[in-house]
Design a protein around this ligand. Sequence first.
Ligand code: DSN
Length: 482
Amino acid sequence: MSAEPTRTTESTAFRSGLDVIRGIEPRIADAIGAEIEDQRASLKLIASENYASPAVLLAMGNWLSDKYAEGTVGRRFYAGCRNVDTVEAVAAEHARELFGARHAYVQPHSGIDANLVAFWAVLAQRVESPALERAGVRQVNELTDEDWAALRRDLGDQRMLGMSLDAGGHLTHGFRPNISGKMFHQRSYGTDPETGLIDYDALRASAREFRPLIIIAGYSAYPRLVNFRLMREIADEVDATLMVDMAHFAGLVAGKVLTGDFDPVPHAQIVTTTTHKSLRGPRGGMVLCDDSLADQVDRGCPMVLGGPLPHVMAAKAVALAEARQPEFRAYAQRVVDNARALADGLTRRGARLVTGGTDNHLALIDVSGYGLTGRQAEEALLEAGIVTNRNAIPRDPNGAWYTSGIRVGTPALTTRGLTTAEMDEVAELIDTVLSRTSVGTTRSGKPSKAAYALEDGVAKQVAERSADLLAKHPLYPGIDLS
Ligand code: DSN
């Protein structure tokens, strides 16, 4: 974490803030205080989480939150947006510079919002439809019933090719429980059963046959690199738009660990991301695109989004400024080094990893090798103070609820300062818990996919070792709320 400003300043800022909140609703002040203590005490391996800096957190707690600012910089539907204009322009400038993008739109409130903006922009650009054109330029509430009927007809047959969920793809990439799966006919591409890697030949064949409007790349549980140059080549061959959702690995792109074929920005026409994962910013989303999509993307609000969250855009600007510092490159490299050390440590102890290892910030443990479901493993690890999440593995026999996988990621522990040598100790703790957990039973004595039994004393012993490790790397050392 940044050493500036001083400990005293940070402590004063957060302590004073909590005092003010406590005066109105003490339970909320207590919950905020308890959250930092929980985070300090746990070994956080959730691949999509991180610890934002005090400057990022503080940028969100202020009166920028009070402003409505629908529209874009210099062209708002509300008066008095001078300061919001500054905030949004600075955030977008940092985003463009950091990622080398032609255009940046920093308003989306989350990853799904960023994806919806991108889907709409591509539809508006690519689908020939007078109704769609009208929808793009009018306020949605001005559309007539006839406009809506025509719109549904014109949009009815659009197709999206996205990575399958069990291969590590994301729900918002065209899957049924999500609106994207209702907007598009979706077909999935997956991974090779032998290697676990994306099968680009199969992807190409599928794209030629399916003729999607959008090929979407990006993942939330794939532990290897994606060749975006090749993906663009395939997209061009079938006249599809390449969209990359880099939410998970945006920090690795920002930190120049993913470059050349593995940097999505020069290859995709449109790139979306969240800002709170490896990028270490506030909870939110962002869209980067080339000039041809910029106007449509800027119509995200009011087409898809509500009014922007100016306080969160301010925090995005701060986080992006941090990510432009040389230290962030060192951080991104350490995230990957740590993930590799963790994966090696697990493999040496006999754990089975999907694809056999990792090239990015995450690894996926196939816990069926320990005789467990993901659900059992997740809960046993949590009992010992290790926070992970269960995740499907390719062709998972236990489905998306119980799963056979545990996803582990290193962005958070790396922010905390853990080293590669210490990741070996983390691997030891994970392996200890998993190898000493057995399948529990239901009340009627049948084996249960949810129940587990951790040997007596293991949780305590692992929690103590984990506390020793974490004590060497205090979280938010500049903040003392006592
Ligand atoms: N929920 C995020 C993750 O954990 O990967 C993705 O949206």
